[in-house]
Design a protein around this ligand. Structure first.
Ligand code: GLU
Length: 315
């Protein structure tokens, strides 16, 4: 079968190995998130990279098999579920403009009457999770989100790290204030405590680079999982999720990521990044040290090198 990639499988394997070798001297750069103990004790020198193509080819390097905390990358998958279930109605409650602000900023929310700028800042992601609640108990929603992630990743072992979830709840004061604020503007339907329980647990799912790339593959293929054949979301919604990833996936450093890498991506403070190459592939990368904006420093460097070597930037 002819590849859609203009890149033969041995070339992809060679490029992934080259990228891993080139970032080797940078391992340990950046600052590991230390707001909760379970993240602070992760070895900052870890690095994993996994690529899966729409043809089903895979290439991996480093700690691609090692689970890490998904954190904000989960926002891509809850957005997928909310768009699938609510359709464009969702956009009445959350915008799709870059915020230019920190991930947990409250100032903008006040000026904009409780409608968060986009689904990837914390306020926006909390609204998206709230949209999935539908009156259900929070742990039922967590199971729903987890099971869908398992389905997207084709892996039944993905689960919540309970220690991370309870630490998130114990330290999430800003998230409580964002949620209460939005409840005050009537943009949160469930009780704050319930929506945040679901949100903290979704951020606490553990995933590997390999599973992350696999879970995001439908976004590279017009919303259809090219391996199972399942249409997970419509092509229009897949295109829009990728657009929001490109413009808002890295908080106030989204412009820099588009400039350096040129791919739709979403980072999390656990050090993971999901990147999508429309029509071609999905990439999971992980290295715990973060840059000033909370994106994996070595992970972003690896993606920059990978995009340059493959010619996969969308620009
Ligand atoms: N659990 C984090 C929070 O909501 C996620 C932050 C992130 O990954 O950017 O504060």
């Amino acid at each position: 079968m002819a590849s859609k990639l203009d890149l033969a499988a041995p070339d992809l394997a060679r490029i992934v190995a080259e990228v891993a070798a080139e970032v080797q001297p940078h391992r340990g750069e950046g600052h590991v998130a230390d707001y909760i103990p379970a993240l602070a004790r992760v070895d900052g020198k870890r690095f994993g990279l996994a690529v899966i193509t729409v043809d089903g080819e895979t290439a991996e390097a480093g700690d691609a098999w090692m689970p890490f905390s998904i954190q904000s990358i989960s926002k891509v998958f809850t957005l997928t579920l909310a768009l699938q279930r609510l359709g464009d109605e969702l956009w009445k409650r959350v915008g799709r403009e870059p915020s230019g602000s920190r991930f947990n900023s409250i100032v903008q929310l006040e000026a904009e009457h409780g409608i968060p700028r986009n689904p990837f800042i914390n306020a926006g992601a909390i609204v998206v999770t709230d949209a999935l609640m539908e009156g259900r108990p929070p742990m039922e929603v967590v199971t729903d989100i987890r099971d869908n992630l398992r389905r997207f990743a084709d892996n039944a072992t993905i689960d919540v790290d309970k220690e991370v979830a309870s630490s998130e709840a114990a330290t999430g004061f800003r998230n409580y204030s964002l949620a209460n604020f939005m409840r005050g503007f009537d943009n949160l339907k469930s009780p704050v405590e319930d929506t945040l329980t679901a949100y903290f647990h979704q951020c606490s799912l553990r995933i590997t680079c390999r599973q992350l790339a696999r879970a995001g593959l439908f976004l590279a293929n017009g919303g259809k999982d090219p391996i199972s054949g399942e249409q997970i979301i419509s092509p229009e919604h897949a295109r829009r999720i990728c657009a929001v990833m490109m413009t808002c996936g890295h908080y106030d450093a989204s412009g820099e990521f588009a400039f350096q890498v040129g791919l739709p991506g979403k980072s999390g403070v656990g050090g993971g990044i999901l990147a999508v190459v429309p029509g071609k592939a999905a990439i999971g990368v992980w290295s715990p040290g973060l840059n000033e904006s909370g994106t994996s420093q070595v992970g972003a460097l690896a993606l920059e090198k990978l995009a340059a070597k493959t010619g996969w930037s969308v620009f």
